[in-house]
Write a new protein. Structure first.
Length: 252
């Protein structure tokens, strides 16, 4: 039987993977709820990717439990677990890279998203960030609300030397860039207890970092722990066979 210290380390990492899976599933569903900025930032593809990764993690935890409860001489469960962890790593990289890819062309991508918003949603964003329209000289300026109240005021905001002045492209891409970058970076500590309850109450994604790439550390750690358990079980089984051949006397 592998040492208690080794199995304790394995159990700890396994629990971390369980927490990661729960976090991914919870936030993938939580961020689908009606919220202007979250819905603006995250596409259905991104959230579905997070949901799929979370399901993979939970299935891996179930498989790991099955591997642990097998008899000591059986390592098939751990071998299957390692293959599952490799699949987890691939899905993790794919989902993280998909999110990262959106950060490379945010201004153009979110221009399309902004144009798809309703008039009331655009006015809400304009009032929120004190801006009028996405780019200068385009058809996304909405007259109304408290900031862009009339055409005369909107025209007075045009600065030929800086086309981003009082335009929504700058604050929107700043928000989305920060949110997306923190979704696939390694700040895993921001999403674990005790901050989880606070994150569930927040209305902004900048306080909730899913750390897609950061979960890779858990996957790798569990893979290494699984390999150690396999090696330890194989060694103990080999010594048992040697001991049996010696008539059960064991080594001096």
């Amino acid at each position: 039987m592998p040492s208690k210290r080794l199995m304790g380390a394995f159990a700890f990492v396994d629990i971390c993977l369980l927490a990661a899976g729960v976090i991914l599933i919870v936030f993938s569903e939580l961020w689908r709820m009606p919220n202007l900025m979250l819905n603006f930032t995250f596409s259905n593809e991104m959230l579905t990717g997070g949901l799929v990764l979370g399901i993979f993690f939970l299935l891996t935890v179930v498989l790991s439990i099955g591997a642990v409860v097998q008899k000591n001489h059986v390592t098939t469960g751990f071998v299957l677990l390692n293959w599952m962890l490799i699949a987890d790593a691939i899905v993790d990289i794919v989902v993280g890279t998909m999110v990262w890819f959106f950060t490379l062309g945010e201004r153009a991508h979110y221009f399309g998203v902004y144009k798809s918003l309703t008039r009331d949603q655009r006015i809400e964003i304009q009032d929120m960030y004190s801006c009028c329209g996405y780019f200068t000289q385009n058809d996304t300026v909405e007259i109304g609300g408290t900031f862009c109240a009339n055409t005369t005021f909107v025209n007075s905001l045009v600065d030929p030397n800086n086309t981003d002045t009082f335009r929504c492209v700058a604050p929107l891409t700043k928000f989305t860039d920060f949110t997306l970058n923190n979704t696939f970076t390694t700040h895993l500590c921001r999403v674990v207890s005790p901050s989880l309850l606070a994150l569930l109450r927040t209305d902004t994604a900048d306080e909730a970092e899913m750390a897609i790439y950061g979960f890779m550390a858990i996957v790798v750690a569990l893979f290494l722990a699984s390999m150690c358990v396999i090696k330890r079980r194989q060694e103990e089984e080999r010594f048992k066979k040697i001991d049996a051949k010696r008539g059960g006397r064991g080594f001096v």
